[in-house]
Design a binder for this molecule. Structure first.
Ligand code: NAD
Length: 352
């Protein structure tokens, strides 16, 4: 498997290094023959190539069989004309990575905030409130006068149906329950279309129980009773916000794994950002990205019918579980190790 690894900014380089230690170990242990290519994005890309993500890197990503994307300091990228582009947006849009799958589950080994739970947020990833990616050309965000700014939200039947299908397919091997999260009490047309599209797809999955919850109330429900949810399907920005909450409820944003999946491409990406407040201190939790690459390997294994990749993914998850319960993890989840040492601890368990 040819993997393109893009370390990113802030803690990105640290958690990527720890993840690479795990990837190299599983490659040897399960004969995956991973061919790992690295390239600079974010501030390193800007310094080296004048752009936070160069067109060549998008081409490399297109040719690779999987991408591992570290977080970048996107808030600092203000001017696309000066090469300051959001790499995550560029890759999701260019590779049509329409499904952002963000699991959140609890682990034994540290105090739980809301009891044990295991859910997945299936977030639409290509339109919605994300005005920088919902247009064919130009930006969906504009300054009408110096005192008036507008941004456009796009919801389409096709994009809503494909994320809904991904969500229903996911729940079929789980607890067969899908919750549609929306704001159709206010955004009656756009979120109305989203709900209608999800309900249309639901008809193909009669075994699945379906309900819907308004996004603001969802914040209370998920804190009060996260056990109620299995797969949550929602639009882009609601999913982005909700999944940070579910990750933190599971223990830490440092556990926030995600897979961006399209028809032909997959990209592992931690759900959090570059965390400048803890960057360079060897304290960031690398398990977010380590669990994300496990999702990528499993995705690749399913598509290619290559069982070794699925076995490797399951082994990573098991090693992470064992490491957390032995406190071989970072301080955010009660562990006593640094970023690098956490990666090494997971790798050591995979070798054992
Ligand atoms: P953040 O997600 O980087 O951090 C939020 C909080 O969570 C911080 O306290 C941070 O220390 C903590 N945290 C995050 N990851 C952690 C980890 N692995 N282990 C332990 N603690 C962790 O959000 P922010 O500070 O608002 O954003 C920082 C930068 O990241 C901004 O420039 C933002 O635009 C960017 N960002 C990038 C992405 C991405 O590249 N995918 C996603 C979100 C934010």
């Amino acid at each position: 498997m040819h993997l393109l690894v893009l370390p990113g900014d802030g803690i990105g380089t640290e958690i990527t290094a720890a993840t690479l230690a795990v990837l190299r170990t599983v490659s040897d242990r399960f004969d995956l023959h991973l061919n790992i290519e690295e390239a600079a994005i974010g501030h390193a890309g800007l310094r080296a190539h004048g752009s936070t993500i160069h067109a060549d890197i998008v081409e490399k990503a297109r040719r690779a069989e999987g991408v591992v994307l570290g977080p970048t300091s996107t808030f600092e990228f203000k001017d696309p004309a000066r090469g300051e582009i959001n790499p995550s947006m560029m890759l999701r849009k260019s590779l049509d990575l329409f499904a952002n799958i963000r699991p959140a589950r609890t682990y034994a080994g540290f105090p739980l905030r809301c009891g044990e739970f295991d859910l997945i947020v299936a977030r639409e990833n290509t339109e919605g409130f994300y005005a920088d990616r919902n247009m064919e050309a130009g930006s969906g965000e504009m300054m009408v006068t110096k005192d008036v700014a507008i941004s456009l939200r796009r919801i389409t039947r096709a994009c809503s149906e494909r994320i809904a299908r991904a969500a229903f397919e996911l729940t079929m091997s789980r607890r067969k329950r899908v919750t549609i999260v929306h704001k159709a009490n206010v955004l009656k047309v756009t979120d109305g279309l989203f709900i209608e599209s999800c309900q249309k797809v639901a008809r193909d999955f009669p075994a699945v129980a379906v309900d819907d919850v308004i996004v603001d109330a969802m914040m209370a429900h998920v804190v009060r009773n996260p056990q109620r949810f299995d797969v949550i399907v929602t639009t882009n920005m609601y999913g982005d916000i909700l999944s940070d909450l579910t990750a933190e409820l599971s223990g830490s944003l440092g556990l926030a794994a995600s897979l961006n999946a399209g028809t032909d491409h997959g990209m592992a990406q931690a759900a959090h950002g570059s965390a400048p407040d803890i960057a360079g201190k060897n304290v960031a939790n690398p398990l977010s990205l380590i669990l994300s690459v496990a999702m990528l390997l499993a995705w690749h294994g399913r598509r290619r019918k290559a069982n070794a990749f699925q076995v490797a993914a399951a082994a990573i998850e098991k090693a992470v579980e064992a490491a957390i319960s032995a406190k071989e993890s970072t301080g955010d989840i009660g562990g006593r190790l640094g970023t690098r040492e956490t990666g090494e601890a997971v790798a050591a368990r995979l070798r054992a």
